[in-house]
Design a protein around this ligand. Structure first.
Ligand code: APR
Length: 253
């Protein structure tokens, strides 16, 4: 099935000096990484991501929370970037400035060739001490079989002996300031903003396309499902990012 890319989008992209991609879990879905609001499986089927992704959950049951994140880190390490990650990386050579702003904690954009990715919600591979904040170096290789839902004791901090926590931003926590400020600057300066594979439910990231729209950038959404951005995006490309993004590159350049 061929995807119809609107001609106004092709024209805008050919003339664009600066494009921003704001991505969410949906961009990694075709790499086999479950999105946040998909139902969970295994030991975690009794929980939602929101229930595990917060500091209180870690205080209450750190082995459950660390085990869940290590299972996710293992999934990411076994996964490969998909056609959407690759298309986004390829667009960097077609447009003078491209910024990738992601809510994802995986490294699939980087592995597809995007550099200087802004990670608004942290990274799975950058854990740090829950007590003192000291960064923790993970051992090389894929984590030891947390597959199937195993509790795992987190490592302890080499500096203070505290427990190491995942390097992600949990609900109720501040976003990393430098990444957020850079994302706001990019969204306010771009000509075209793509919101790819995000439910647009989680603030403050969900507000970024509005900053771009207010500055008269073209806002484009890529998502198979409706979201609250539908009424704001000038163009809604309905479908899987791994199909739409390569079709967009082919149609434009
Ligand atoms: N291509 C594009 N979009 C897809 C695909 C696909 N192949 N598959 C699913 N989607 C869309 C879904 O329709 C949904 O709108 O991806 C979106 C995923 O939504 P969420 O699971 O809510 O993920 P996200 O928007 O990234 O969540 C934001 O919430 O839990 C927190 O910190 C976590 O960063 C996360 C934030």
């Amino acid at each position: 099935m061929s995807i119809a890319i609107p001609s106004e989008l092709i024209t805008a992209l050919r003339g664009a000096k600066h494009v921003v991609f704001l991505t969410g879990a949906g961009v990694s879905a075709e790499s086999g990484i479950a999105t946040f609001r998909d139902a969970m499986t295994g030991l975690w089927e009794r929980y939602s991501a929101e229930q595990l992704a917060n500091a209180d959950a870690f205080r209450r049951d750190r082995e459950l929370v660390w085990g869940w994140y290590e299972w996710r880190r293992m999934q990411v390490m076994k996964a490969e970037p998909n056609a959407a990650h690759r298309a986004i990386a390829a667009i960097a050579s077609k447009v003078p400035r491209v910024d990738v702003v992601t809510q994802n904690v995986d490294d699939l954009h980087e592995r597809a060739g995007s550099d200087k990715v802004l990670h608004l919600h942290g990274r799975l591979n950058r854990p740090f001490c829950f007590a003192c904040g000291h960064p923790h170096t993970l051992s090389a290789g894929i984590p030891n079989e947390p597959e199937g839902g195993r509790r795992l004791a987190p490592p302890q901090c080499e500096r203070c002996g505290g427990y190491v926590r995942p390097g992600v931003v949990w609900f109720g926590e501040m976003l990393p300031k430098s990444q957020w400020d850079a994302a706001v600057e990019a969204c306010e300066a771009c000509d075209v903003l793509f919101s790819v594979g995000t439910s647009s439910l989680v603030q403050p990231a969900a507000g970024l396309p509005l900053l771009a729209a207010r500055r008269r950038a073209m806002v484009v959404q890529v998502n198979p499902n409706p979201t609250s951005l539908d009424g704001i995006a000038q163009i809604n490309l309905v479908g899987a990012a791994g199909v739409i993004m390569p079709a967009l590159v082919d149609a434009t350049w």
